[in-house]
Structure formats: C-alpha cells, structure tokens
Design a binder for this molecule. Structure first.
Ligand code: ACO
Length: 456
C-alpha cells in the first residue's frame, strides 16, 4: 500500500487509547516468587512488597505513607541507574560476565555469520528472516534509500563546517514533514513503512552530510550494492563517472561494526527514543531525539573523543602522564568504562580482533600503538582495576573508522546508522506494550516554599 493510502485509511482508526486496550492483551508478570518486608519506622507499619523478576514495582512504594493525604514514598534514582523502565525481549546484557545477546543470539555468532540487514530484521521482528522474508525486507529497504530532492536544499543551508551529527538530527526530524502518514503509529502497515524509510534513508542522509562538509556533490544510493557497500559508495565515489568499487574487506568490517552497534538495550539514546515516542509522536521526530542523545561525548560521541585523545597523546611515551592526569581527576579516559559492563565489553574484543584485517588493507593506523599501550597501562593500574574500567566499544572502533577514511566527526554518524534498527525495535516494543504510558518521572522539589512578589 502506498503512503497516501495508508494515511487515508488510517484516518478511520480508533483513538490510540482504545486501540491499546482492545488489541493488546495485558502481559502478566511471571509468578511472584518472593517479597520484601518493609517497616516504616515513622508509623511502625509493615508492608509486603512483591518481588518478581528481581524487581519491585516502584508504584508499590506509594502505599507507604504517614497519612492518606500524602502521595506516598517515591524512589529517587537520578540517571535511572537502578530503575527498569520496561520489560524487553530484544537485547540481553550481563555486564559482569561480558555477555551481549540480540534476541538470545550471542553477539560473537551474529557478527561472524550475519549481514546487518538480517540483524535489523531480527531486532525489529524477533526472528531472523527466512530467505523469502529477507528478499522482501532488503528490497523494501533498498527501495526507500532515496530522499526527496528538497532534502538537498536544506542540507545545502548548513554552514560548511557544521557537525554532521547536527545535520543528521535536523534532517531526520525534517523527514517527518515529508511523511505526515508517519503519525499513524498504531497502524501496523504504516509503522512498517516508516521502518523501511528510516533504515533505508539514514545512510543517505549521513553520506549527504559528509559530502556537504567536503563541498562535494551528493552521490545517490546504489541499489545493487549491500547496505555497507552502498554507504561507502555514497561517501567516497568520486564526482563524475569515475568507477568506485568498495573494498570487500572494508565493507565487511563496516557490516560487523553496524551489527555490533545495532542495539544495546536501555542506553541513553534508546531511552530517548522510548521516552519521546511515548508521547505518540511520529518515529522520525523520536529518532531525531535519539540521535541527539547519541551525539554526546559520554555516549556515541565517545569514539570521536578517543581518536582526538590518541592524537593529542601523540606517542607511547606520553601514556603514563595521561594516566596520571586521569587518576588526578583532570580528564576522562575516553573509550573506557561503561554503566553496565564491569568486565571487557564483548564488542570491543570483536573489534580489536577485526582491526588486523582492516589494517592489512589500509596499512596500520599509527594511533593503534598508543591505544594498545594505553590499554595495557590502564588495565594494570589499581585505579582502573578497582573501578572495573575496561575498554568499551568506542575504544577501538574509531581507529577502524579512521582507517576506512572517515573523518572523526563522522564516527558518531556511523554509529547512528547502525543504531537506527535498535531504536526502531525499542520504539515498536514500547508502543505494543500495554503497560507503557507517556513517560513522566516524578521529582523531589528542593526549591523555595511558597513566597510572594513584593508589591512595591
Ligand atoms: N576515565 C576515568 N575515570 C572514569 C572513567 C573514565 N573513562 N569512567 C568512569 N570513571 C571513574 C569515575 O570517575 C568514578 O570514579 P569515582 O568512583 O572515584 O568517583 C568511577 O569510575 C565510576 O564511574 P561513573 O561515572 O560512576 O560510571 P557511570 O556508569 O556513571 O559512567 C560512562 C559510565 C559515562 C560510560 C563513563 O565510564 C565515562 O564517562 N566513560 C568515558 C566516555 C565513554 O567512553 N563513553 C562511551 C560509553 S559506551 C557507549 O555509550 C556506546
């Protein structure tokens, strides 16, 4: 069905709330196995709070109150570090054991055996596609790789040195103005179409942002190439009719990097996708918020910072001095540490192994030596051992991106291309979860009590 038809037929769809209630059976939690006994020492009252799936429902705490007029006890959790905000079937991480699985499959197996688009299908639909399903899926995504010609006009409006992540945030948000049918988020067919569009168009927008910053003409997508080959071709094909054949080793490496970055459960950007999406806005606007979340140096922007940091260090000999500054709290060691992994990030291990293949084609990245020395020094230092700080996915990925020929500003952009499938999987799961409502946390107010403006 074409977009216009979807839009028109969706006008007949009932309001979203009744749609949720009628169509989404409530998924009951697993049988209660245990409970927490809590005594409120203000009142002497005792409460039994059920524990299921190693969690208590925060709403249960509201029963704990001194008087009926009170709201009840809140849980205070800045940065949501110990709060599960959803139940999810998409990605499993065991941070202590260094395990990452998509839909149950270990990341190591997926990275070795699968194409990125198969993985995108797995994340969004729950299973790997059959041969027929994969053909239809990749054909539909390929069909949606082109963008409206007007996109080039507003891309041209960006300053010559605009950061490509800024251009990506804006252009993905702008797509919502081209596709008003995307508002029909409770129509399965419409959701599917927006998924094709977002997965299909994000490499095109990313490559356009790069070409604009280089002052080079935009390259249109080539539908005969694989997802990663097409991205390399849009990035690097010289102007005119010059032939361009992406190196198969580099295309394969990019495919693996796309897979490794495709999802990572409730990280900052996926949380942004879910939170913004919970207002029932269209997925282009929600995805723009997710890309903005990814842009920050503590998240997807870290790979960019790693290379800048290695360039600044400049030689192996300066590593001890940098480690000293980190330990004195004067700087962060970018690419190290993770909220969840307190052991080696399994993605970093795969990338480190893959680096040799890439450098075999491109020649060794001179920063690799410094990175290896930095890792060795940090991992034998008490500061890092005590805090369980290991290299994360961003520590080595930047070196590969650089070897492929990407400027540092493009690193988080490549991350965003890969993460689009994960964001969409998280977004759809959130929409179809009957327990989810608009995200609206509470606060502990610490400002003035009531006061008045002087009448002078
Ligand atoms: N360099 C130096 N010290 C660090 C680092 C680091 N990279 N990471 C954490 N620490 C220290 C903290 O200062 C803190 O020390 P303290 O206990 O003496 O105060 C301790 O380790 C615990 O760190 P937190 O900041 O509490 O850990 P948190 O889980 O909040 O932060 C984060 C995780 C943001 C990833 C952090 O490790 C960091 O800033 N790393 C550098 C940026 C980075 O590489 N980000 C990419 C993450 S992967 C991704 O998003 C794709």
């Amino acid at each position: 069905m074409i977009a216009k038809e979807i839009f028109q037929s969706s006008l007949a769809v009932r309001d979203p709330i009744s749609f949720i209630r009628e169509n989404r059976p409530f998924e009951t939690s697993s049988v209660l196995t245990d409970s927490l006994s809590v005594k409120d020492n203000r009142t002497g009252k005792q409460y039994e709070i059920p524990i299921a799936e190693d969690a208590i429902r925060a709403a249960e705490l509201r029963k704990i109150k001194v008087s009926d007029s009170e709201l009840g006890v809140l849980s205070y959790d800045p940065s949501l570090a110990n709060t599960a905000s959803c139940r999810s079937k998409i990605t499993f991480i065991d941070g202590d054991a260094g395990i990452l699985r998509y839909r149950g499959y270990p990341i190591e197996e997926i990275a070795e055996k699968k194409e990125y688009l198969e993985v995108a299908y797995l994340l969004i639909n729950g299973e790997f596609p059959s041969k027929g399903e994969y053909e239809t899926w990749s054909k539909n995504i390929t069909y949606h790789t082109n963008v409206h010609e007007n996109v080039k006009k507003f891309m041209d409006g960006f300053h010559y040195d605009a950061h490509p992540m800024g251009m990506l945030v804006s252009s993905v948000a702008a797509l919502s103005t081209f596709y008003p049918d995307a508002k029909q988020i409770f129509q399965e067919q419409s959701r599917q179409l927006q998924i094709y569009r977002l997965v299909g168009k994000i490499p095109t927008l990313a490559a356009f942002a790069y070409r604009h910053s280089q002052g080079m003409p935009y390259n249109y997508p080539r539908n005969d190439l694989s997802y990663s080959e097409n991205f390399l071709s849009m990035m690097f094909r010289p102007p005119g009719y010059s032939p361009y054949h992406p190196d198969p080793v580099l295309a394969k490496a990019l495919n693996v990097l796309f897979i490794l970055h495709a999802d990572h459960e409730q990280n900052c950007s996926s949380t942004a996708m879910r939170v913004v999406g919970s207002s029932h806005v269209d997925p282009f606007s929600a995805a723009a918020a997710a890309i903005a979340g990814l842009y920050g140096p503590l998240h997807g922007g870290a790979n960019e910072e790693v290379v800048r940091m290695l360039e600044e260090i400049g030689s192996k000999e300066k590593v001890p001095e940098i480690i000293r500054q980190v330990k004195e709290g004067k700087r962060l060691l970018f690419g190290f540490g993770h909220r969840i992994y307190k052991n080696y990030d399994p993605r970093a291990q795969i990338i480190k192994k893959m680096a040799d293949n890439v450098f075999g084609v491109t020649g060794k990245n001179s920063l690799l030596e410094i990175a290896l020395e930095l890792e060795k020094t940090a991992l034998s230092d008490d500061y890092f051992i005590k805090r369980k700080l290991y290299p994360n996915v961003d520590f080595y990925s930047g070196l590969i991106y650089q070897a492929i020929g990407l400027p540092v500003e493009m690193f988080p952009v490549v991350f965003a291309i890969a993460r689009m499938s994960g964001w969409l999987a998280q977004w759809q799961e959130m929409l179809l979860d009957s327990e989810q409502k608009i995200a609206r946390p509470r606060q502990i107010y610490t400002g003035y009590a009531e006061r008045h403006i002087d009448s002078k």
